[in-house]
Design a protein around this ligand. Structure first.
Ligand code: NDP
Length: 521
């Protein structure tokens, strides 16, 4: 991607200026407000460890204010004409395109992903709003015609929605959740991750004039402090969450208090399957891409590569050769291909998994520890790592590492391959490399997962449902199904006959016109 250096320098200066002068408030009822605790949290750059900005550490009072603001705004917003909602969503997409480099720079500085990846993220953010702008119009009810009855099935927005997003693709997650909620006519309280949310806050600041007050509210802070208050608030009617299984289990409990529906997008341990007839160069390139993209902090990453025994060595030669050429360095440099892990917690977590892999008997063919980058010696960088001698039952093959680490296993028999690929609590993504059409259909249908890419990895188009099987979650995003999940149907049943329906036999009327059997006084 060609990004003009001047644009990047301007965006970097802007991001640094924001950090120096700005403590972001919560965004409630169209205003930036200080949190009631008076406490703030620091946002930092994981590549340089410099402070970027400060945000509010929210508490229960802030959550209550935000939910009440969303509740108040709901009545009006839910009745906005679809064309008006469509216009607003398209205008939001335009803002994202106009300031693509600024938002991308904030995402890069705060998250550690490369600037090229961040530019692509922001492009996808704009697409989310464009897709959902169209969805606002497609969201229709239906009519069922019976001879004696017409049934009008209305689709009504569900109400105030709590949206909890993670730190790996902060602005894209916000876009993927705000798009369908706003299209459906819901109002929102968004809680971004406390470590990475600079791009989200700057985006909300930029679009605040486009939305009526209270339609979108943002409360920042620790999930452990405000998550329960938000999800179990009596005025919240739905929760959507992306993050870990452990946090999902808590959120599902909070949601059970008022019996509200949930959309859960959780982790993955996806199989990337290489058959003996595959284009090995392309398959190896996909393995490199899923190892390094967003430093492996991607729920859909193909972290378990299953390669056919006959082509194992040829594949590994290519995989290792291509990975060695990856340029790891300053995420702001457009030539960099692999950035820094998002936070110290994540950095330590990935390193401990690498050590665990070695202890379990896997062998690091490349990488295998922290990386030192000249000029960014304190940065949270990890070497891209290929593990061989991996067995599917090892913890590094079963648990989500969320770093630039891929385990390679071999297979010979197709039925055994399918069994191993499915032997995971997760089922989110996956890849398959073969030139055999029947085999492509056969294996992709046998894999228990939400997405299978054949002869390509990471190709997500708007409108294609995204979501998990098994413990990767439930509900779908990026599709009309997602928009519908923000609505409830109401069936209005119109009787076309005159008078009452004759459900019961009526007693015959006597001569006086009174019903026989009724008591005469
Ligand atoms: P979490 O699931 O804890 O974080 C995701 C979001 O949930 C954040 O906004 C977090 O807030 C919030 N949260 C945390 N606790 C609660 C709570 N009790 N109630 C409500 N919200 C809460 O993930 P981690 O950051 O701990 O990451 C751990 C692992 O999870 C990763 O290594 C990765 O394996 C997986 N993960 C998967 C993601 C995916 O895309 N499916 C995304 C992120 C993580 P805050 O951070 O402010 O506390």
């Amino acid at each position: 991607m060609n990004i003009p250096m001047m644009t990047l320098e301007k965006s970097k200066t802007l991001a640094q200026r924001i950090g120096k002068v700005c403590t972001f408030g919560h965004f409630i009822a169209g205003e930036w407000v200080e949190g009631s605790s008076g406490e703030t949290i620091e946002l930092s750059n994981p590549a340089s460890r410099e402070t970027l900005a400060h945000i509010q550490s929210g508490n229960v009072k802030d959550v209550d204010r935000a939910v009440n603001a969303a509740h108040e705004a709901f009545l009006k917003w839910s009745r906005t004409a679809p064309i008006e909602r469509q216009r607003i969503l398209l205008a939001i997409a335009e803002r994202l395109k106009r300031r693509q480099a600024d938002f991308a720079m904030m995402e890069t500085l705060n998250n550690g992903k490369t600037i090229v990846e961040a530019m692509i993220d922001i492009h996808h953010c704009a697409e989310q709003f464009e897709f959902h702008a169209g969805a606002a119009f497609q969201l229709k009810g239906e009519i069922l015609d019976y001879a004696d009855t017409s049934i009008l099935v209305h689709r009504e927005p569900i109400g105030v929605v709590a949206q909890i997003i993670p730190w790996n693709v902060a602005l894209l997650m916000a876009s993927m959740k705000l798009g369908p909620a706003l299209a459906a006519g819901c109002t929102v309280v968004l809680k971004p991750a406390e470590t990475v949310c600079l791009s989200v806050l700057e985006f909300i600041k930029d679009i605040s004039d486009l939305l009526p007050p209270g339609v979108v509210n943002v409360v920042t802070g620790y999930g452990s402090k405000i998550g329960e208050a938000l999800v179990s608030h009596p005025k919240v009617r739905k929760v959507t969450f992306t993050g870990s299984r452990a946090t999902a289990q808590k959120i599902i409990q909070y949601a059970s208090m008022n019996i509200i529906p949930q959309t859960m997008e959780l982790g993955g341990k996806s199989a990337n399957i290489v058959c003996e007839d595959a284009d090995l160069d392309a398959a190896a390139e996909s393995a490199v891409m899923t190892t390094i993209l967003n430093k492996g902090e991607v729920c859909l990453a193909g972290t378990r590569v299953f390669v056919h025994k006959k082509v194992r060595d040829a594949f590994l030669d290519r995989f290792r050769y291509q990975l060695a050429k990856v340029r790891q360095g300053d995420p702001v440099d457009p030539a960099t291909q692999l950035g820094a892990q998002s936070s110290e917690v994540q950095f330590k977590r990935v390193n401990s998994y690498i050590e665990l892999g070695k202890a379990e008997g896997a062998v690091a063919l490349t990488g295998g520890g922290p990386a030192k980058i000249a000029g960014l010696e304190n940065g949270l960088f990890i070497e891209p790592t290929i593990f061989i001698n991996v067995r599917n039952e090892m913890r590094i093959a079963q648990e989500e590492i969320f770093g630039p680490v891929t385990g390679v296993m071999e297979w010979e028999d197709e039925a055994e391959l399918v069994r191993l690929a499915n032997e995971s609590v997760y089922g989110l993504g996956g890849g398959l490399w073969t030139r055999d059409l029947a085999r492509a259909h056969r294996i992709s249908r046998a894999i228990q997962t939400g997405i299978v890419w054949v002869n390509r990895y990471y190709n997500i188009k708007p409108g294609m449902p995204m979501g998990g099987y098994k413990q990767s979650g439930f509900g779908r995003e990026n599709a009309m199904e997602a928009v519908r999940s923000y609505t409830l149907t109401k069936s209005v049943v119109i009787n076309l006959q005159e008078g009452m329906l004759h459900l019961f036999d009526r007693p015959p009327a006597d001569k006086t016109g009174e019903l026989s059997g009724t008591s005469k006084q």
